[in-house]
Ligand binder design. Structure first.
Ligand SMILES: Nc1ncnc2c1ncn2[C@@H]1O[C@H](COP(=O)(O)OP(=O)(O)OP(=O)(O)O)[C@@H](O)[C@H]1O
Ligand SMILES: [Mg+2]
Length: 344
């Protein structure tokens, strides 16, 4: 299995030792015959596509042809015709607004734990969307992500998505003991819960990109319904310092964000990313912080949730930029169970 997530990481960074249950995931891989069904795709081409990680018609339909050509070594014109066939097969060119409405009926929502936060988000964290959690250190971004990794595994009728989670950890802040505690306090088997979370530690922004690329293959094979990237921007901020590198940083960040967005659409999953705040020297009044990542981050995220500390250990969440959610507030607290409502 040359392109397993585990091996990819082992090849790039030795000694990772932090992937849980990859073996279990691999044994559950679905038999894939999508590509062979695409007209004009012979066995040799199908193999090239698969070894580059494009294992489904969905993955091919949503990836820029130039990127597929570069990664597979297949000629650009051939790629164009394969992409066209894949798009036709999936009906992703022109659709009616009615079709879009139907597609959005498949959208699901994962409970965060706090009813108030769920209500703020229109019922929970949406699939087919990328939700960005923004806030200063210690505000609870990671805690919300850990809680979601547990709750996504619950059945639909209990507010979950009946699926598994991928956690791309760029800061080394994933704490399995905390997941154990949340699972146990919700009455779940903590070992089974941990076994359904696939963890990858990204050591730099290009490693983060490698892992992101692999998700197009990994998610459908392992019934992944939630992908967390915590934090999305940490490595970029650390690696591209100074104005002269800003354009390159933003271009690379944009590229990764769009890969994640395509993933949400291709497989009806939720992507949750975290973002830090940076001081805004031009703010004369109000909150002196603003989200990092500039316009690129602002435009890519479907929903942006700003988190700040409230009184008595509570936290306050506000939706700051969303196509369909009102800009309201919800007060929550971090507890043994994960995230719960807090009194006003
Ligand atoms: N079991 C728990 N019960 C209650 N509160 C907890 C528990 N575990 C962690 N916390 C609280 O969670 C907060 C830390 O939150 P978290 O690590 O999610 O912050 P963050 O927003 O991810 O910060 P950073 O930007 O540094 O990554 C701390 O205030 C801590 O007290
Ligand atoms: Mg954190």
């Amino acid at each position: 299995m040359p392109h397993s997530l585990k091996q990819l990481i082992e090849n790039s960074i030795p000694n990772i030792g932090m992937i849980t249950s990859i073996e279990k995931g691999e044994s559950e891989m679905v038999e894939d015959n999508d590509l062979k069904n695409l007209p004009g795709v012979g066995p040799a081409t199908a193999n090239k596509l698969k070894s580059a990680g494009f294992t489904t018609a969905e993955a091919i339909a949503v990836t820029p042809p130039k990127e597929i050509a570069e990664k597979t070594g297949i000629g650009f014109n051939t790629v164009l015709s394969i992409v066209t066939v894949a798009r036709e097969k999936l009906g992703v060119d022109f659709i009616t607004a009615e079709d879009l409405w139907k597609k959005r009926q498949n959208m699901q929502r994962c409970s965060i734990g706090s009813n108030k936060l769920n209500a703020l988000m229109g019922g929970g964290i949406e699939t087919q969307a990328m939700t960005e959690l923004i806030g200063e250190y210690g505000v609870g971004k990671t805690q919300i992500c850990l809680s979601l990794c547990v709750r996504v595994q619950l059945p639909i009728e209990e507010g979950g998505l009946d699926g598994k989670a991928v956690y791309i950890d760029t800061e080394g802040t994933f704490i399995p003991e905390r997941v154990f505690q949340i699972a146990e306090s919700l009455g779940l088997d903590p070992h089974e819960t941990l076994g359904n979370i696939f963890l990858a530690r990204a050591y730099n922004s290009s490693h983060q990109e490698l892992l992101t690329d692999h998700l197009l293959k990994f998610c459908p094979e392992n019934n992944i319904k939630l992908v967390v990237v915590d934090s999305m921007i940490g490595h970029f901020r650390g690696e591209y310092i100074g104005r002269e590198h800003l354009a390159e940083r933003q271009q690379k960040l944009n590229n990764q964000l769009h890969k994640l967005l395509r993933l949400t659409e291709a497989y009806n999953i939720s992507v949750v990313i975290t973002n830090q705040v940076q001081a805004n020297p031009t703010a004369f009044f109000g909150d002196p912080n603003r989200p990092a990542g500039g316009n690129v981050m602002a435009h890519a995220s479907t929903h942006r949730v700003y988190l700040r500390k409230g009184g008595k250990g509570t936290r306050i969440a506000t939706v700051i930029d969303s196509p369909n959610l009102p800009e309201e507030k919800a007060r929550y607290k971090i507890t043994e169970k994960g995230i719960e409502d807090a009194e006003e």
